[in-house]
Design a protein around this ligand. Structure first.
Ligand code: ADP
Ligand code: ZN
Length: 607
C-alpha cells in the first residue's frame, strides 16, 4: 500500500466506525507513523482525539490492540463506547469476574478480540505477559504516559515497569500518549518507556472552547464555589477541592440547595466511589465535588465547567483538571479560586514529601509558576501554552484577562514598607497583626511596638490594600508563612530577593483591586459555557436528548456512549430525513447507524 492509500483506508475507517469526516490536528501523522510499524510519542490536548490515534491502527493492523491505562476501573465506558461502535473490546483487571475473564481469554486466543484494556500492574504480571506474547499484537498503546515521570504530578511507579514491553514485544509498535508533558517529562517518557528513536508529535495546547478565569478568594473559597455552581444550573460540572472535608462540605451545601451533587475522594469506600462515578457519568446535570483522587480517565464529554475551589499545585495539574471540561468541543469554563494560603499549603506539602531535593525544588518552581499565571496580567490561555513550550502564541480573547485587562500598579515603595515591618516584627505575628501595625491600628499596642519606625507607616493606605500586597509578596516569594499549627506567622522570604526590593532594583507590581461586578464576570454570565442550539433546532435537540436518556437508562450506559451532545446538536440542525443523511452527521458511524438510525429518524420526523 502506498502512503496515500493507507491513509485513505484509515480515513474510511474513521468515517465508518467513528462517524467523523476527517482526521484532526496531528492524528493523521501519528496514525501514519504507527501504521508503518514504528514507535511514537504523541502529546495531544485533552479532547484532542488521542484514542483515535491508537484505535484506527489497531483496527488496521492484524492482531490484538492492547491499551495500557491507569485506573482501569474508570475505563468501562471506553469499552462500552467501542462496543457501541461495533468493535469487540474487553478489559482485564482485578475488578472483573471470573466468567468475564475467561470469556476475554477465549476471545483473545480465538483471535476475535480487537481491543484489550489493561492496567500497568495487570499487564506486568509474569503470566499475563507470557500469554499475550504468544498472540499476534497489533500495537501497544500506553495512555497517560506522563505517569512514568517523577517530575510530573501523577507519578506512578508501576509505569516504570512498562519499559520491559520493548523486549517482550519487539515487533509491535508502541505508542505513548498523554495530554500534558513538557520537554523534561517527554524526555523521561522516552527513556523510561524505551522509545529512544520514536517520532514525537506535540500538538498545540490551545483549547479554544475553554473560557478561563481565575479569581483571588475573597472570604471563604467554598462559599464562592457554591455560588458559582448555582449560577450554572442544569449543567454538569466538576468542583475540585484540596481536602476530603472540603469535598463533603461543598457537596452537602449544593445538595441542600437542590443541586444533584456528590462528593468523591480517596476516603470513601471503593464501592461508594464507583457508584458515585457511575451516577456522575450517567446524569446530564450532575456536579462532582472531588479531590484530585477523581479525574484521570474520566472521559465525560459534556462537563461544562471545572471550578477549582482550592488551587492545584502546578500548571500541568491545572491544565489536566480544567481540560476535563468541554471535551466535546462545545463551550466550557475553567474557573480557579486561589490565594496565598493555598500556595503556602501546597509548598509545605512538597516539603513533607520524601523527595530528592532537586525534585522538590522543581515542584516548587512549578507551583510558583502557576501562581504567577493566576496573578499575572497575561492572557491565561497564552500563559499556559507558553509554559508548555509553544511559541508564537496569540491571546485567546475570551479569558478574564483578555476581556478586562487588569491594571498593574507599581507598589514597590509600599512593598519596602511592608517588608521592613515584617522584618522589625521578627516573624512573630500573622498577617492581620502586620496589617494593624502598618496602619497603626494595633490594639493595646506595647510601647516597644509603637516606638518602631514602621508603626503606622502605612496609615495612608487602606487595610484591604495592605492585605492584598502581603498576599502578592507571598506569591513572589518575598514573604513566607510559617504554618505554626494553623496560626501562620509571617516572615521574610528569600534574602537576596528582599534586598533587591529594598534597593529598588526589583519592582513589585500588583493588580489594582477590582469590584466584584467586573466586565469579565458580566460577559461570562451571559454565555457561561452553555450549549445552545439555534432556536429553531431547540425542540428537536431536546427530544433527541430525552430519547438518549431513556435509551441510556435501558442499557445502563452513560448517555454520551450513545451519542455525544455535539452529535445531537448536529442532527438537530441538519434534520436528516434518511439514513444516508444521518450518516453525514458528525459522530454517526456505521455501528451507531445500524443500532439507532431508525429510532433517530423517527424522532426527527416527529419533531
Ligand atoms: P482524548 O482522549 O484525546 O481526550 P478522545 O479520543 O476521547 O480525546 O476524543 C475526544 C472527542 O473528540 C471524542 O468525542 C471523539 O469522538 C472526538 N473526535 C476524535 N477524533 C475526531 C475527529 N477526527 N473528528 C471529529 N471528532 C473527533
Ligand atoms: Zn485570554
Amino acid at each position: 500500500m502506498t502512503y496515500h492509500s493507507t491513509l485513505d483506508a484509515a480515513r474510511a475507517l474513521l468515517q465508518r466506525v467513528f462517524g467523523h469526516d476527517d482526521f484532526r490536528g496531528l492524528q493523521s501523522q501519528v496514525i501514519t507513523e504507527v501504521l508503518a510499524g514504528r514507535n511514537a510519542l504523541a502529546v495531544l490536548p485533552t479532547g484532542g482525539g488521542k484514542s483515535v490515534c491508537y484505535q484506527i491502527p489497531s483496527l488496521m493492523r492484524p492482531g490484538l490492540g492492547v491499551v495500557v491505562s491507569p485506573l482501569i476501573a474508570l475505563m468501562t465506558d471506553q469499552v462500552a463506547g467501542l462496543r457501541q461502535a461495533g468493535v469487540s473490546a474487553a478489559r482485564l483487571d482485578s475488578h472483573i469476574g471470573l466468567d468475564e475473564r475467561a470469556d476475554a481469554w477465549r476471545r483473545i486466543s480465538e483471535g476475535t478480540l480487537d481491543r484489550l484494556y489493561i492496567s500497568p500492574e495487570g499487564l506486568m504480571q509474569g503470566q499475563m505477559l507470557e500469554r499475550l506474547a504468544a498472540q499476534p499484537i497489533a500495537l501497544l498503546a500506553i495512555d497517560e504516559a506522563h505517569c512514568v515521570s517523577q517530575w510530573g504530578h501523577d507519578f506512578r511507579p508501576e509505569y516504570r515497569m512498562l519499559g520491559r514491553l520493548a523486549e517482550v514485544f519487539p515487533t509491535a509498535p508502541r505508542l505513548a500518549v498523554t495530554a500534558t508533558a513538557d520537554a523534561r517529562t517527554r524526555a523521561d517518557i522516552r527513556t523510561e518507556l524505551r522509545l529512544e528513536g520514536a517520532a514525537e508529535f506535540v500538538a498545540s495546547f490551545a483549547r479554544p472552547e475553554l473560557q478561563l478565569n481565575a479569581e483571588r478568594k475573597k472570604g471563604r473559597g467554598r462559599d464562592r464555589a457554591v455560588e458559582l455552581v448555582l449560577e450554572r444550573p442544569n449543567r454538569s460540572g466538576v468542583v475540585y477541592t484540596g481536602s476530603r472535608q472540603g469535598a463533603e462540605e461543598i457537596a452537602q451545601a449544593l445538595i441542600d440547595r437542590g443541586v444533584p451533587a456528590t462528593a468523591y475522594h480517596a476516603g470513601l469506600d471503593r464501592q461508594v466511589r464507583e457508584d458515585r462515578l457511575k451516577r456522575f457519568l450517567e446524569d446530564e446535570d450532575a456536579v462532582m465535588v472531588a479531590t484530585i483522587a477523581f479525574g484521570m480517565g474520566v472521559d465525560k464529554p459534556d462537563v461544562r465547567y471545572v471550578i477549582h475551589a482550592d488551587s492545584p499545585a502546578s500548571i500541568d495539574a491545572y491544565w489536566q483538571e480544567v481540560g476535563r471540561a468541554g471535551r466535546d468541543g462545545l463551550p466550557a469554563e475553567g474557573i480557579a479560586l486561589y490565594n496565598a494560603a493555598d500556595m503556602s499549603f501546597a509548598a509545605r506539602r512538597i516539603d513533607t514529601r520524601d523527595l530528592a531535593p532537586e525534585v522538590g525544588q522543581a515542584q516548587k518552581r512549578r507551583l510558583y509558576q502557576l501562581y504567577a499565571m493566576f496573578e499575572g496580567a497575561a492572557c491565561r490561555a497564552a500563559a499556559v501554552r507558553r509554559y508548555f513550550g509553544e511559541t508564537g502564541v496569540s491571546d485567546c480573547g475570551q479569558c478574564d484577562v483578555c476581556l478586562d485587562p487588569p491594571q498593574l500598579d507599581d507598589v514597590t515603595e509600599q512593598a519596602q514598607k511592608a517588608l521592613s515591618a515584617i522584618h522589625r516584627l521578627g516573624g512573630r505575628y500573622g498577617r492581620g497583626r502586620v496589617v494593624d501595625h502598618l496602619t497603626g491600628k494595633t490594639k493595646d499596642v506595647s510601647a516597644y511596638e509603637a516606638g518602631l519606625s514602621t508603626f503606622a507607616i502605612g496609615a495612608d493606605w487602606p487595610a484591604v490594600a495592605w492585605r492584598d500586597l502581603i498576599e502578592a509578596l507571598v506569591f513572589e516569594g518575598l514573604a513566607q508563612e510559617d504554618p505554626n499549627d494553623g496560626k501562620p506567622l509571617l516572615g521574610l522570604g528569600e534574602a537576596e530577593a528582599v534586598r533587591s526590593v529594598y534597593r529598588g532594583d526589583r519592582r513589585v507590581r500588583m493588580r489594582a483591586s477590582r469590584t466584584a461586578d467586573t466586565k469579565a464576570e458580566r460577559v461570562r454570565g451571559a454565555r457561561a459555557g452553555s450549549v445552545e442550539p439555534p432556536l429553531a433546532a431547540r425542540p428537536l435537540f431536546d427530544a433527541l436528548r430525552a430519547w438518549r436518556k431513556a435509551e441510556a437508562a435501558a442499557q445502563s450506559v452513560p448517555p454520551y456512549v450513545i451519542f455525544i451532545d455535539r452529535t445531537l446538536l448536529d442532527i438537530a440542525i441538519r434534520r436528516p430525513n434518511d439514513l444516508e443523511a444521518l450518516r453525514q452527521c458528525d459522530g454517526v458511524g456505521q455501528g451507531k447507524l445500524d443500532r439507532y438510525g431508525e429510532a433517530v429518524l423517527r424522532i426527527v420526523r416527529a419533531a
